[in-house]
Design a protein around this ligand. Structure first.
Ligand SMILES: Cc1ncc(COP(=O)(O)O)c(C=O)c1O
Length: 399
């Protein structure tokens, strides 16, 4: 009898984590690598948020709190949804956890029985599929492509739904493509979902505040209020306030689901850090200008790096409308040979070749759509430019 459970095999390591790990190892060995795998803003947490954390510690907010968030945090989240999304939730609709990831995990663990299906547009953040499998559900990948801006089409959604479908995962702005759904596109998907009343919608709005070109972000819950009774909105402090290490995310949805999610969390980790909760109250209730300033900085980087990537022979890009990623097609490199004579048969080979050339990127295979790799522009412009120079040189060495 094996000591480790079968579950462990289902907990695969994500492409971006594997790429970040390879980068750390090579750097430790003295190799000069530019890492473009980062899934977090390269900015500091705002000062007023850090001060609120200090205050909370000094005032003794260092004990257990209610499992899925303090009343103050839930009130701040309710106010955020009212102010930014025009949504009216009550505290009993809110569940906070150690990151949006834990909230998603709770939702899947609380709803999936073995064999239940989750529709996941590909490419997507790989955690959806891994967590679905972890909860003994079945990921149903639906391929999107550059021809539709990497957005799920209504007919595709309709075709993917079966009597076993429990959830549709909808992530806008998207990791890894930066695709942002317009209100009209969300309404078209909602029209399909109205015909399938057993399917719930998980709107992952984690990158809500990183949208470009003066686009207004609209969450699925706002575009389709008629589906509120089966919509869970997930969001968090990680990307908005550069707080990835603080681990604080939240969900908002029907109270019956939210209660079940809290029961999952109660047997796993209890409350998210009391200090992080107090800090996020300050983030949500405080000045928001810095959020827009940082979004403008991301947009500048996108505008600078996109033409450099597109000029590299054999690579092509779809312009991201949000988040801080570009999903780069490397179809033009497939079948070519490296100077060492190795054929690039897949995007995994391309990732290995780029690493040899001094650039670390997670491969598209990990996101469910090949042959691609993801470039994160949550890093300085100087590094981005140097990385593009290295990729261009790598392209020109291919036979
Ligand atoms: C699409 C998406 N959703 C959710 C998360 C979870 O973020 P966190 O757990 O830090 O709140 C991430 C993190 O990378 C993400 O890319």
């Amino acid at each position: 009898m094996a000591f480790l459970s079968a579950r462990v095999a289902r907990a695969r390591i994500s492409a971006s984590a594997a790429s970040a790990q390879r980068t750390r190892e090579l750097r430790a060995a003295g190799v000069d690598i530019i890492g473009l795998s980062q899934g977090e803003p390269d900015f500091a947490t705002p000062d007023h948020v850090i001060e609120a954390a200090h205050r909370a510690m000094r005032e003794g907010q260092t004990r257990y709190t209610p499992v899925d968030g303090t009343p103050e945090l839930k009130e701040a989240i309710v106010a955020k949804f009212r102010r930014e999304n025009g949504l009216s939730f009550k505290p009993e609709n809110i569940s906070a956890g150690a990151g949006g990831k834990q909230v998603l995990y709770n939702a899947l663990m609380a709803t999936l029985d073995p064999g239940d299906e989750v529709v996941i547009p590909a490419p997507s953040w790989v955690a959806y599929a891994i967590m679905t499998e972890f909860a003994e559900g079945v990921p149903v990948w639906v391929r999107t492509g550059p021809e539709n801006g990497f957005k799920l089409q209504p007919a595709q959604l309709d075709a993917a739904i079966t009597p076993r479908t429990k959830w549709l995962m909808l992530n806008s702005p998207s990791n890894p493509t930066g695709a942002v759904y317009s209100p009209g596109e969300l309404r078209e998907l909602a029209a399909v979902l109205e015909r399938h009343p057993h399917v719930w919608i998980l709107a992952d709005d984690m990158y809500e505040h990183i949208v470009f070109d003066d686009r207004r972000f609209v969450t699925f819950a706002e575009a389709a209020p008629q589906l509120a009774e089966r919509t869970l909105v997930v969001n968090g402090a990680s990307k908005t306030y550069a707080m990835t290490g603080w681990r604080l995310g939240y969900g908002a949805g029907p109270s019956s689901l939210v209660r079940a999610m809290a029961r999952m969390q109660a047997q796993c980790s209890l409350n998210p850090s009391s200090i992080s909760q107090a800090a996020v109250v300050a983030g949500l209730d405080g000045p928001q200008e810095i959020v827009a300033q940082r979004c403008a900085e991301f947009q500048q980087r996108r505008d600078a790096v996109l033409p450099l990537l597109e000029a590299i022979p054999g690579l092509s890009c779809t312009r991201p409308d949000g988040a801080f990623y570009i999903y780069v097609s490397c179809a033009g490199w497939i079948g070519r040979r490296t100077p060492a004579g190795q054929e690039l048969a897949t995007d995994v080979d391309v990732g290995a070749y780029l690493l040899e050339s001094g650039v670390a990127v997670p491969e598209g295979t990990g996101y469910g759509l090949s042959p691609y790799f993801r470039v994160s522009f949550a890093t300085s412009l100087d590094k981005l430019k140097e990385a593009c120079r290295r990729m261009d040189a790598a392209a020109r060495r291919l036979a």
